[in-house]
Design a protein around this ligand. Structure first.
Ligand SMILES: Cc1cc2nc3c(=O)[nH]c(=O)nc-3n(C[C@H](O)[C@H](O)[C@H](O)COP(=O)(O)OP(=O)(O)OC[C@H]3O[C@@H](n4cnc5c(N)ncnc54)[C@H](O)[C@@H]3O)c2cc1C
Length: 380
């Protein structure tokens, strides 16, 4: 591929819009959202007003239609201010894109304007189950066909936005074992038989909502099926390819905030008669972080650019997600080291960044799963 690192005007506009909103509205609330484990409802409505709940959704459905790279830039800006708000936005964008790509005309016309306008508030993506995470092809939730309806029974686990979503994309088994027996459904908020469980008490991302969902004879019209029977797993994998660009971008945003905090602090704090920033060991920590963050950004922009061009990007998205999430963890860890004791207390945001960044090597495919995807591509 040819290499052009310049951003188009519309990409720069989305980046500026997200940065301005993040600095003015999101950053001032991040610490409180974390402390109180409060869902950022007002901020989600603000994101909707700016087109940031459907960055890569077509304008006819209320989206910004700005592409995957623009989405990555926006996600990084929001995550730099608040990782919880960012993941809420990420999953909603992912649901919008999945409906746009695989929905029929009626599903698109109904759900996409509700998602992009914030009327649905958020979307949710329900693949994981209590006994099945990485090995999603073994999921056990059942969808039984009954006339012109399906009846869903089973449990989902760790569902981001689950208590606040107007629409939940749910994966369930309509056929035999393995990936070809899986289909996908759009279940709306308040569906009879959908029970939202208690929100998880998490290590980080405390302002985001993560809940188990129970489907207890939850009956939905057959028109809620997304795609044909048996293609659900393929839909999930394609959605996750795009989602991984989002999580790589989120990682970069959190780590950028960590590096900025460490750099500021290193210039102010004096030890052994000079600012920390004049001690070479501290400079090297900052330099390693800056270099790793730039490498993460390049991998992520490459994956997003391939997606924008309509090329295959599965491998590149996994490389971006693997590298960016692991690097972001190192960057936030070093940031805490630079702050010393002050890094370890809640008065400074670095402590929150380190808790928030930890999830990025786990969700939307752990680092081990990304390595499996990359190796499969190498060896095929
Ligand atoms: C805050 C949060 C939000 C989430 N949001 C969502 C959501 O919105 N929707 C959703 O569907 N899911 C969501 N998840 C679930 C998340 O995607 C899973 O936790 C993740 O995929 C890992 O699955 P698991 O937890 O079952 O771990 P497991 O699959 O049990 O894995 C445990 C460990 O074993 C390793 N491992 C597993 N298999 C292999 C292998 N073959 N080779 C080497 N190592 C292996 C894993 O890498 C990991 O280190 C969320 C999770 C959290 C914590």
């Amino acid at each position: 591929m040819s290499l052009d690192l310049s951003l188009t005007e519309s990409q720069q506009l989305i980046q500026r819009t997200a940065r301005e909103f993040a600095e003015r509205r999101v950053a001032p609330r991040a610490s409180e959202l974390d402390r109180e484990a409060a869902f950022p409802e007002e901020l989600v409505r603000g994101l909707a007003e700016l087109g940031l709940l459907g960055v890569n959704v077509r304008q006819e459905f209320g989206g910004a239609e700005a592409g995957a790279l623009a989405y990555s830039l926006a996600m990084t800006e929001i995550a730099r201010a608040c990782a919880s708000t960012a993941v809420t936005m990420a999953v909603t964008n992912m649901v919008g894109e999945v409906i746009q790509a695989f929905g029929d005309d009626a599903q698109r016309a109904h759900h996409l304007p509700l998602l992009t306008s914030g009327a649905h508030l958020t979307g949710a993506f329900a693949l994981s189950e209590p006994a099945v995470g990485s090995d999603a092809a073994k999921l056990t939730t059942i969808a039984r066909r009954d006339g012109d309806t399906y009846v869903l029974d089973g449990q989902k686990q760790w569902i981001t936005n689950g208590a606040h979503a107007g629409v939940i994309v749910v994966w369930a088994r309509t056929g035999g074992p393995g990936p070809r027996g899986i289909s996908c459904f759009l279940v709306e908020r308040g569906a009879a038989g959908l029970v939202v469980g208690r929100a998880e008490d998490k290590h980080g991302l405390r302002g985001s909502n993560t809940v188990p969902l129970t489907f207890d004879a939850c009956r939905v019209p057959a028109s809620c099926r997304l795609g044909e029977e048996g293609v659900g797993f393929r839909i999930a994998m394609m959605a996750l390819d795009g989602g991984r660009i989002g999580i790589a971008s989120q990682s970069i945003g959190i780590a950028t905030a960590g590096l900025e905090a460490a750099t500021r602090y290193a210039k102010e704090r004096v030890a052994f008669g000079r600012p920390l920033a004049e001690h070479q060991a501290v400079q090297f920590m900052l330099a390693d972080s800056a270099a790793e963050l730039d490498a993460a950004r390049m991998l992520t922009w490459r994956a997003a650019t391939l997606k924008d061009r309509g090329d295959r990007f599965t491998q590149e998205a996994s490389m971006a997600k693997l590298y960016a999430s692991e690097a972001a963890n190192r960057v936030c860890n070093r940031a805490m080291q630079v702050l010393g004791g002050y890094g370890y207390v809640r008065d400074f945001p670095v402590e929150r960044h380190l808790r928030d960044v930890r999830i990025t090597t786990i969700y939307e495919g752990t680092s081990e799963i990304q390595r499996m995807v990359i190796a499969r591509g190498l060896l095929e």
